[in-house]
Design a protein around this ligand. Sequence first.
Ligand SMILES: NC(=O)c1ccc[n+]([C@@H]2O[C@H](COP(=O)([O-])OP(=O)(O)OC[C@H]3O[C@@H](n4cnc5c(N)ncnc54)[C@H](OP(=O)(O)O)[C@@H]3O)[C@@H](O)[C@H]2O)c1
Length: 293
Amino acid sequence: MIGVVGTGLMGYPIAKRLLAAGYPVVVWNRTRERALPLAREGAAVAESVTELAEKSELALVVVSDDEASASVLEQLTSAKRGLDVVNHSTVTPMHARWAHGLCGERGCRYLTLTVMGGPTEAERGELVGMAGGDREVLDRWGEAIGRYVREVVYVGSAEAAAALKLAINSIYFSSMLSVAEALLLAERWGIGYEKFREVADKLWIKVLLDRYAGRLLSEKQPLRFRMRLAAKDMLYAVLAGFSKGQPLPHITAIAQTFLEATTIGGLGEEDYTKVYRFLRSTQADRATSTKSG
Ligand SMILES: NC(=O)c1ccc[n+]([C@@H]2O[C@H](COP(=O)([O-])OP(=O)(O)OC[C@H]3O[C@@H](n4cnc5c(N)ncnc54)[C@H](OP(=O)(O)O)[C@@H]3O)[C@@H](O)[C@H]2O)c1
């Protein structure tokens, strides 16, 4: 039996893919109602993390952050010796190191398997993974994991796989914010989107516009990745740099922008592409308050 801990935007389609492929799956979610629709797909719904651990040989952890991961790992590993744990959550490398140690002390095996791609890629089985830690877990469960991860690169330690995810994410988020700010700058100078594209499409940056411009400008972007988790990822990248004495000034600025969109903008539960709207409205608000002041 495979246990899925956390049936949020990512955990849900992962559980669904496994069920569709015929694997027996037990799920647990802190807010139980969010796990219940998976029962219709054939999943057992556990009442507790402990019950899930007792029923499972492998537990996939797909939760928000270090704190959530620590909480469920404590419960999983105290419930069952010999459990294999795969952590898909984006966490700090410091947490990944602690988690690997905890599992080892409690007779469990641990693999960090951070993923690139969102809910759509999970649904299609097209995530790309970075793995680190107990490689035997990958060897044993590779076929099941292959149902939702297209390719896995084994990078070494549990903490390396966590750090690499933060590093790669920072390129994605940086690219998205560059496009958002460039669009806003052009717009403020009365340059239409079509003229912007006419030039950009002749340049290598076309790929960035193809990837992000439509999503940033769309009013109806579906929720794929929460703003507060984007802030968390970039804050974790900054912390990971800090713990090695590496300043990351650009990533710090990205973290600050997502943090402000979450706190000041109240957009924490919205899709992270709404950062464009946040920056745009902030500009408009400033203009209004300057005029009225
Ligand atoms: N969405 C993406 O595109 C994407 C891509 C790659 C990686 N990730 C990473 O994957 C992880 C999950 O992301 P997501 O998009 O699925 O987020 P999500 O929809 O917000 O789901 C978060 C999950 O964590 C659970 N959780 C939060 N705090 C908890 C706690 N203290 N104890 C137990 N469970 C807790 C939530 O339970 P409740 O339902 O009770 O809140 C929910 O099941 C995150 O680390 C994220 O950074 C996301």
